[in-house]
Design a protein around this ligand. Sequence first.
Ligand code: SF4
Length: 199
Amino acid sequence: MIDLSVPPVPYELPQSMEAGARLLLHVCCAPCSCAIIEGLLASGLAPTLFFYNPNIHPREEYERRKAEVVRFAAKLDVPFVDADYDTDAWLARVKGLEQEPERGRRCDACFAMRMERTALYAHENGFAWMATSLSISRHKDQAQVHKAGLAAAAHHPEVTFWDYNWRRCGGADRGAALAKEEAFYRQTYCGCVYSQRKV
Ligand code: SF4
């Protein structure tokens, strides 16, 4: 059992990351990101949440997931950035990959698009660090997510992708307990229309 009254263990920060560093955290949903946000604050960092998930289908589902992140961000007084729901661009990006399995090439393209947009925002708004909550989920291939993040940040020399393993030290379990405590809406599929069909 996770005791949520005990503060989370601070993360081991990269040597080049200064205390109080501004970090742009791409967030996919509240259940995945809640423990990470807590952990970043406990580590003395200043996260800004970046919601860019044009993969989520349908629009009602997108709004529902976003609303839960907005609610948690407001509770913790963490800045929240609402990026576009450019779902047509996402569909164009994965065209021809519709039949790919999860963790396959469609997911490569999906992660790449979301990480590229996050890296661009970090570049345009003075964030030296970026990360994503996508990799905490045990349903995701962490290496696949990190590869997309590292590639996206490589286009902007002043931006570094932090490929931290959020699952360390019970991170995923704390997230599950926190999601239950906060009564977050929990989705039953990854997000896109192709993953929805598998339910
Ligand atoms: S299964 Fe998930 S990660 Fe893969 S393309 Fe669909 S929404 Fe993106």
